[in-house]
Design a protein around this ligand. Structure first.
Ligand SMILES: Nc1ncnc2c1ncn2[C@@H]1O[C@H](COP(=O)(O)OP(=O)(O)OP(=O)(O)O)[C@@H](O)[C@H]1O
Length: 327
């Protein structure tokens, strides 16, 4: 059976492989957690070889080529509707990419309900400023984080009007002293209104992810999210269906309590990839509530594998889609 990376329909290009006597090296231009390559290592044709994998993240063009940008690939995580798990997906995606070896930044643009300080911990610590008046990001679970939640009083930010909120966010984006990043993940405010549209147009974005749950109400809003990014010419990396099925921690029983395959239908209708169907699991919520994502607090937990596969699918699709544009 041929090996496929998560989210890939095709085999890996031949020029990514190199054979040197008893060693095969694979050069990937994006991040993939090593555990996702175990089935590749187990193929009989690799039995006599030592497989070396080297991930060197390639910087791809973004939607604002004229803006000077020192960061790597900028991925916005959005949702048409609140409460579907957008921030949870953004946080776990960032931690998973960092765990796979990438240098990752996470910008909390969810100004009206910044939840990253809760999910990553250190909510009481303030961000300090450098001698050049730049904001120093926190470094949590391998990810560089900058959030309104570390800066402004949440109650004060909650009454900001749209233009004020989007100006504050652009400033947060610009004035954070990011290290040289491979990926910057932006947790967008939920919805498809003016503030989201302005942010999508003003920020240099490489690709967007739309998070949804399988219920019809959430899917209808996810469709609006896809339409919004298409309108402003931002490539859609794909759709993430969160809370796709309930995972019983005791017996492993799984049930699609919000309905089945809604995300797949929308993905097919809009011809975007369905990047992942993530379980609804109390262990994931408890870990995020404690500021210790499961990937960090219990790396061996079985619930982490779908998140690692999501991260590989996001990184791989972003690369594939950009290269497809170049023909
Ligand atoms: N797959 C999941 N399993 C269990 N709990 C989850 C899952 N995804 C998210 N949650 C929980 O659901 C709640 C809402 O998630 P989250 O804050 O990520 O949603 P959101 O879409 O970002 O919300 P908002 O739009 O209000 O910012 C959180 O308590 C989170 O821990």
């Amino acid at each position: 059976m041929a090996f496929r990376l998560p989210g890939w329909q095709q085999a890996l290009p031949l020029d990514w492989w190199q054979l040197n006597e008893h060693e095969i090296s694979l050069k990937l231009p994006f991040s993939v957690h090593t555990s996702l390559l175990d089935s590749l290592r187990a193929l009989p044709c690799f039995a006599d070889f030592n497989l070396q994998v080297d991930c060197q993240v390639e910087k791809l063009p973004n939607s604002q080529p004229d803006l000077p940008l020192v960061y790597g690939n900028v991925i916005v995580v959005s949702s048409g509707k609140g409460g579907v798990g957008k921030s949870s997906v953004a946080v776990q995606l960032a931690v998973a990419l960092a765990e796979a070896g990438a240098t990752v930044g996470l910008l909390d643009a969810d100004v009206y309900g910044p939840s990253l300080p809760t999910m990553l911990g250190g909510a009481d610590e303030k961000q300090s400023t450098s001698a050049q008046n730049k904001l120093i990001p926190h470094h949590r679970h391998g990810v560089y984080v900058s959030s309104m939640g570390y800066l402004a009083d949440a109650k004060e930010a909650a009454i900001w009007r749209g233009p004020m909120a989007s100006a504050a966010l652009q400033q947060l984006f610009r004035d954070t002293q990011w290290p040289r990043l491979d990926y910057l993940i932006i947790d967008m405010p939920p919805g498809t209104g003016d503030i989201q549209l302005t942010l999508a147009q003003k920020l240099p974005v490489t690709g967007a992810i739309v998070v949804t749950t399988p219920q019809n109400v959430a899917l209808a809003d996810a469709e609006k999210g896809i339409a919004m990014f298409r309108k402003v010419g931002i490539p859609i990396i794909g759709l993430v269906e969160n809370m796709s099925y309930y995972h019983c921690p005791k017996c492993g029983f799984e049930e699609a309590i919000f309905g089945r395959d809604g995300g797949q239908k929308v993905a097919t209708e809009y011809t975007v990839p369905l990047l992942a169907q993530l379980p609804l699991a109390s262990a994931l919520r408890e870990a995020l509530d404690e500021g210790e994502p499961l990937l960090a607090s219990a790396p061996e937990h079985e619930l982490n594998q779908p998140i690692r596969a999501l991260a590989a699918a996001v990184a791989g699709q972003l690369y594939l889609q950009e290269k497809a544009k170049c023909g």
